[in-house]
Design a protein. Structure first.
Length: 303
């Protein structure tokens, strides 16, 4: 077993997150360690947020985002909120700037405990999402599941929020659809050369919707922040909603909601919601071996 590092088991609206403190080290959490941690029911996660020393002086940290299959992800809004809560508990600071594979993210913790993350600008160009076929209008692409004359899902909005998304509009509770069966087929569809996050979205008003997501590299998750952003932007883009939307996650309705604001002034998408600390431990980033440590009175994620 190698040198152990601190980690926190957290969640963002039920999205299972491990925040791992890799500061002061040059190694990374290996895919093998991620797969081992995901296979253990106690440490099972949707994403690992590995905090590294900053690569640029204008940022507070570099964050590796790792899926439960060991692959890297470009964005994870729910996980970013968990990182903010952890670092805020450690430092007392409220505002942070992070560097990720998708670029720079700014985030702030509010007095009520909710956390806002600037997820950047959405990308609509087909070759930048990316899609394997050219579409002039990616707010409705040709893709369906089920019989040609009566598809179960069809004509999704496609976009990137740092990672590729397809949003299918449904006319009832997203839990009524067999996303566990359709999700893998759509994630790996030839239309998506880098795979895609697949979301079902049910609009309930011009400022609210319910979503459910099959997450690229993670499967069915209780919540996905970047998918919520993609659904909100797609709703406004297609005239189904306004630019500020409250999103309830169908698979985790009692954990609160996300507010997504696609700001007109700068085209950026700001996500606001909660994060929850559960317990702390130490792990070996090489193998995934881990141990639980005593909870602190403050509940700080990273001692």
């Amino acid at each position: 077993m190698g040198a152990m590092v601190d980690f926190a088991k957290m969640n963002g609206l039920g999205n299972k997150i491990l925040v791992v403190d890799m500061r002061g080290r040059t190694d990374r959490v290996t895919p093998e360690a991620a797969i081992a941690l995901a296979a253990d029911p106690a440490t099972h996660f949707d994403q690992i947020m590995a905090i590294h020393d900053p690569k640029h002086s204008a940022t507070d940290a570099y964050i590796d985002i790792i899926n439960c299959d060991g692959t890297l992800a470009q964005a994870c809004g729910n996980g970013t909120r968990c990182v903010v809560q952890a670092l805020s508990s450690e430092t007392g600071r409220k505002a942070f700037t992070f560097h990720t594979l998708a670029g720079i993210l700014n985030a702030v913790e509010h007095d009520d405990g909710t956390i806002s993350v600037d997820m950047g600008e959405p990308v609509f160009e087909w070759n930048r999402i990316p899609l394997s076929e050219e579409f002039h209008d990616t707010s409705r692409i040709e893709l369906q599941i089920g019989p040609i004359d009566q598809p179960v899902l069809h004509s999704p909005a496609a976009m990137s929020m740092g990672n590729p998304h397809a949003v299918f509009w449904v006319d009832r509770d997203p839990m009524a659809f067999d996303l566990e069966r359709f999700g893998p087929l759509l994630e790996n569809h030839p239309m998506f050369p880098q795979k895609a996050n697949i979301t079902l979205a049910h609009v309930t008003s011009d400022s609210a919707m319910t979503t459910r997501t099959w997450e690229r590299g993670a499967g069915l998750t209780l919540a996905c922040g970047s998918a919520a952003c993609a659904a909100a932007v797609s709703g406004a883009r297609t005239g189904r909603t306004g630019r500020k939307v409250k999103i309830t996650v169908a698979s985790s309705p009692n954990r609160g909601a996300l507010t997504i604001d696609w700001r007109e002034r700068d085209n950026k998408v700001v996500m606001t919601g909660p994060a929850e600390w559960e317990w702390a431990g130490r792990l070996d980033p090489m193998t995934g071996a881990w141990e639980r440590i005593a909870e602190t009175e403050s509940g700080a994620a990273l001692p």
